[in-house]
Write a protein that binds this ligand. Structure first.
Ligand code: IVH
Length: 675
């Protein structure tokens, strides 16, 4: 080896180790210490050196992830140790039974378990020889799988070379390849854009990606890997417990799920199950349950396996989130703002832990995309608190002669025209208050918990009152008499009395609740609060121009004109006047926007941590004094208020010559204004 080549070899070795460490910090510890661009620079430097000295390129180099020619087929490979499956449990007593059996078999009074999320992907085994990834295989039938090495090499979070030097000579790692939800969504969008079929779910997408014969296609797919065990450990230092095994794997640079948890008895396992179930929708990837494993390896060996599943592990599954059922009818609901939502009435089915009889079909485009027809067999999904939805149609089961659903051009409730808005996605009935459905929904909204919170006035009752013609606006609620109410279906004296009392108390409210309850398009709870805080009185708000409205934090041109438009409608003003005549009151939250003072009309940015007030309090404090508080420093900013650890905003303000105030200076300025 020439001197020059020896130097290059040394530099290449250093770069690979450095890149390996950054991979570990990024993928395994989730704590990168360098920027992406700095990482790319390192990788490019390595590539350049390897181009100059091609004889120094080795397969474990981070530059060699994607490559090889497309295959004709995958080779079949045998697993040294069979890849087992898991016994499932759905009910708590099955979990207690598992614990009882495990304690009995091992002779221990109490057992420690490791509880892990059960990932919904596909099992893959990784074989490392002297620390180098030499083979990756799917589970297949458990004895034989397919050789997917070329594809697996392109998954960036799987190390081609293990970290450190303490790995055993031969190590077979077991884990799950999966596709994160965000990647799944993007992939399906790309599939549609290319006129290719979208994948049904992330698991199919992960499996379909790994089974691509061209490794370059798989390299573009957003796949990830978490390992959960070891098939073979040949060499010293084999850990004695599952927990230590996972720790060792993590040190070798392999990703281990951060939610893995040691449970000191079975009740802690059950606590874990409930905790993970709550977090499930926020994980960013799909899991279908949790797995409990007896921690001690010797205990595991004592227990062994029956059929194709170990006796020392148990999958505690969550209730299925997807089920198959049939569509009885398709109906159109008209919401408070006139939006038409198609809803599938279903043969009731137990899914996601509850019985589901209705599922949303979202909008016209979605119903056209799915092509759902009455009588169809469909997959419904209910995940967490999300509204149940129809995911897909089982086409093979469609009855002959089933008719395509025709989305109406007229409102099914009032017959008014339907037109699209919001980029053509939402179809709206243009009937406004002429549409009984919009009237009912807006009254339900007005009485709901976060608005006027009128107890005892449920949806059914509102519908009865509107249908009978007794009320047409929210103001009419306050002229209802005891006898009228008592005469209604399922009411009676006592309920009528209670409802009248509730109506009476509800009249004392806050401006924010009142504004939210009015159901002004684009004005949710948070905006209602901002508006109330900013203007202080209803008069100030109703008199504000679009420009003045835009001075409110988070109110842009669209929201501002929606508000202006709402108050410009005669019938809206009439309803508001009638409500006030019926005694609906609130105490004005703060004084109206001051026209003078140090902060009046000024644009202020807050940065860093303040000591005497929170960021939100400071924002409200400034807003009350007439300031517009925004999030980023620009040439239009008048003041930057800085707390501890002010960062780049401070530098930018200085660069732009903007006045910088500390908390004390801000308060002093505001107080001189208050006097
Ligand atoms: S352990 C020896 N742990 O579930 C036990 N499996 O239903 C073998 N899975 O084929 C598996 N997450 O693909 C284990 N934390 C986890 C898992 C897990 C997902 C999958 C795995 C296995 C299937 C069995």
């Amino acid at each position: 080896m020439s001197n020059q080549q020896a130097q290059a070899a040394e530099k290449i070795g250093e770069l690979r180790t450095e890149i390996g460490e950054h991979n570990y910090r990024y993928h395994v510890l989730d704590a990168p210490v360098i920027s992406d661009s700095r990482y790319d620079t390192l990788l490019r430097r390595l590539e350049a050196l390897e181009r100059e000295f091609p004889q120094l390129v080795t397969p474990d180099s981070p530059t060699q992830r994607v490559g090889g020619t497309p295959l004709d087929r995958f080779d079949t490979v045998g697993h040294h140790v069979p890849m087992l499956s898991l016994n499932n449990a759905f009910a708590q007593n099955e979990v207690y039974e598992f614990d009882r059996r495990s304690r009995e078999a091992t002779g221990h009074e109490a057992l420690t378990y490791v509880a892990e999320p059960k990932l919904d992907g596909l099992a893959v085994s990784l074989l490392y020889e002297r620390g180098r990834l030499v083979r990756a295989a799917t589970r297949g039938d458990g004895r034989q799988g397919e050789d997917v090495t070329l594809n697996v090499r392109s998954i960036r979070s799987i190390p081609l070379q293990l970290r450190g030097l303490n790995w055993p000579v031969l190590l077979e790692v077991r884990g799950e390849v999966y596709m994160p939800l965000a990647g799944f969504k993007m992939l399906n969008q790309a599939q549609l854009a290319r006129d290719e079929k979208p994948y049904v779910n992330p698991r199919n997408a992960a499996a379909g990606s790994l089974r691509q014969l061209d490794p370059r296609i798989c390299a573009d797919r957003p796949l990830e890997y978490f390992c959960y065990g070891v098939g073979l450990w040949e060499g010293d230092g084999e850990p004695g417990t599952q927990m230590d095994t996972l720790r060792a794997l993590r040190n070798f640079g392999l990703r281990v799920n951060p939610l893995v948890h040691q449970a000191d008895d079975i009740s802690q396992c059950l606590d874990y199950y409930h905790r993970i179930q709550v977090q499930r929708d926020k994980l960013g990837y799909e899991i279908d349950g949790v797995v409990y494993k007896v921690n001690d390896r010797e205990d595991q060996q004592v227990m062994g396996a029956v059929a194709r599943a170990p006796r020392w592990a148990l999958a505690h599954k969550f209730p299925a989130q997807e089920e198959i059922t049939s569509v009885r009818a398709i109906e159109i609901q008209v919401g408070r703002t006139g939006a038409l939502t198609p809803v599938a009435r279903l043969e009731p089915v137990f899914v996601g832990g509850v019985t589901v009889a209705n599922a949303t079909l979202h909008n016209r485009l979605e119903i056209e995309r799915l092509d759902v027809r009455v009588g169809d067999t469909v997959v419904v999904r209910r995940a967490g608190d999300v509204i149940p939805e129809v995911v897909s149609v089982v086409r093979e089961k469609r009855r002959r002669g089933a008719r395509r659903f025709r989305f109406p051009d007229q409102c099914p409730v009032c017959g008014s025209d339907v037109t699209a808005d919001d980029g053509g996605v939402i179809e709206r009935c243009r009937g406004g208050l002429y549409c009984l459905s919009q009237v009912k929904e807006s009254i339900k909204h007005f009485v709901s918990r976060r608005a006027l919170d009128i107890e005892g006035l449920g949806a059914k009752l509102v519908e009865q009152l509107v249908d009978s013609g007794r009320i047409a606006t929210v103001a009419d609620l306050f002229s209802l008499s005891h006898d009228e109410l008592a005469a209604l279906e399922r009411m009676g004296d006592k309920s009528a009395e209670n409802l009248l009392a509730a109506l009476k108390t509800s009249r004392r409210t806050t401006l924010a609740r009142f504004l939210f309850g009015l159901g002004i398009p684009q004005v949710g709870e948070a905006t209602a609060q901002e508006l109330a805080g900013f203007f202080g009185t209803l008069e100030a708000l109703t008199g504000a121009s679009v420009t003045q409205l835009e001075a409110v934090p988070d109110v842009g041109p669209v929201v501002a004109s929606a508000i202006r438009h709402f108050f410009d409608q005669d019938h809206n003003r009439e309803v508001i006047d009638a409500l006030r005549a019926h005694g609906v009151v609130w105490s004005n939250t703060s004084s109206a926007k001051p026209a003078s003072g140090a902060f009046a009309g000024k644009t202020v940015v807050i940065t860093g941590t303040l000591t005497t007030m929170s960021r939100d309090q400071a924002r409200a404090w400034l807003t009350q004094r007439g300031a517009k508080v925004t999030g980023s420093v620009s040439a239009r900013t008048d003041f930057l208020v800085t707390g501890a650890e002010a960062g780049s905003k401070y530098d930018k303000a200085i660069a732009l010559g903007i006045s910088v105030l500390d908390e004390g200076q801000m308060q002093a300025m505001g107080e001189s204004q208050d006097e």
